[in-house]
Write a new protein. Sequence first.
Length: 172
Amino acid sequence: MSLDPETLRRAMREWTTGVTVVTTCLDGQQHGMTVNAFTSVSLEPPLVLVSLERTTRTHGLVERAGIFGVTILAEDQREVSERFAGRVSDRADRFAGLEVDTLVSGVPFLRGGLAYLDCRVVQRIPAGTHTLFIGEVIAAQGDGGGAPLVYLNREYRRLEQGEVRHGRKADR
């Protein structure tokens, strides 16, 4: 018996995630998409995983370029998340008017993010309609400060506000 995809979709809406934008570049083309299927895999060696649907432009570019970047979005970057989630066409320049930074590989990172991870693809795992790209982190930037953009049940949320130091609620 096969599970109905809509049943799984409804159940997965209960999983709270941070929000990232995965970016890449190849032959002068840069592109990216909002992704919440992202996780750390290992500290030694430094590995992360992103899951990209095979039909997306970002998937094709990551596949060919062998590099990707992850920008972990800050809570004030909702519009950036929506832009890269499809509010701006997959064929349009989603970076238009945005400031970007680079680290080692040349992939663009969205300025204002909490952290940047510059990655080289070391493994590709086909998984249903997606590919799991495992990337070795070749450079990282972020100090653990600031509040992340959070997503739950098709809505952006805020973490409880309070005095925050280095990403942790301060002791009182």
